[in-house]
Design a protein around this ligand. Structure first.
Ligand SMILES: [Mg+2]
Length: 231
């Protein structure tokens, strides 16, 4: 069965993203060290972030607001205005951080684009994701770009239908079991996990075992081989 549509995740699938967040966490923990231990700060930030996702959605801007809220809470509103300014600076640096594509991604996309239509499917802030795609230089390989607020089975069914196919003839590739794999399989599609060494706690989930429409790959370069096996 030919799979003619390939959805590809962006953050930590096409380019490095989680290291930027990890670095910011470290700087944030250092900044708040006088108010709490790193574990307490991390736990509070995770709680605030989880709570805020429904309001701010995914991405660096929402994360910056969550850092500010966490700093105000943990310091009992005593945090200095200069520290607030530093946190705003952390957020700005995340927004303007250079985009570094993962090794081999460009070649993988070139090869894939010969066999299928590629759709970039990513969550997060529209402006920031568009900026990163432009900065990556990878945009020309994609027939479509979908920046969505959440990756659900309905998101995948709707997206692949809009691009002239159907989800059961499409494959989604990405680094997040929770966002790129499980909802795609639930929608009836095919899914390839391309693990990235760091996983955001919010994205952690059990990897499927022996699922007939799922494969774990060593890199995006292995995807065209799997598509060939399936055809
Ligand atoms: Mg990702």
């Amino acid at each position: 069965m030919p799979l003619s549509l390939v959805g590809i995740d962006a953050d930590d699938t096409l380019w490095h993203n989680e290291p930027v967040f990890r670095l910011t966490h470290q700087r944030f923990n250092d900044l708040l060290a006088e108010f709490a231990d790193a574990e307490v700060i991390e736990a509070k930030l995770a709680e605030v972030e989880r709570h805020n996702l429904a309001t701010y959605g995914y991405g660096a801007k929402g994360f910056t607001l969550s850092m500010l809220e966490t700093a105000l809470t943990l310091s009992n509103s005593k945090i200095a205005a200069t520290a607030i300014r530093e946190i705003l600076g952390f957020g700005r640096e995340m927004m303007t951080h250079p985009v570094e594509p993962l090794e081999g991604v460009e070649d993988a996309l070139k090869e894939l684009a010969q066999a299928a239509r590629l759709i970039l499917i990513t969550k997060g802030d529209l402006f920031h994701q568009e900026s990163k795609l432009a900065a990556s230089g990878l945009g020309s390989h994609f027939s479509g770009v979908e920046i969505v607020s959440e990756k659900t089975p309905e998101t995948y069914a709707r997206t692949f239908a809009r691009h002239g196919g159907s989800v059961d003839h499409a494959v989604m590739a990405g680094n997040s079991v929770r966002s790129d794999i499980l909802p795609m399989l639930e929608a009836g599609g095919w899914a390839a996990l391309v693990p990235y060494p760091l996983v955001w706690a919010h994205e952690a989930a059990e990897t499927p075992v022996n699922h007939p429409r799922f494969r774990t790959l060593g890199s995006l370069r292995e995807l065209s081989g799997w598509l060939g096996d399936l055809s």
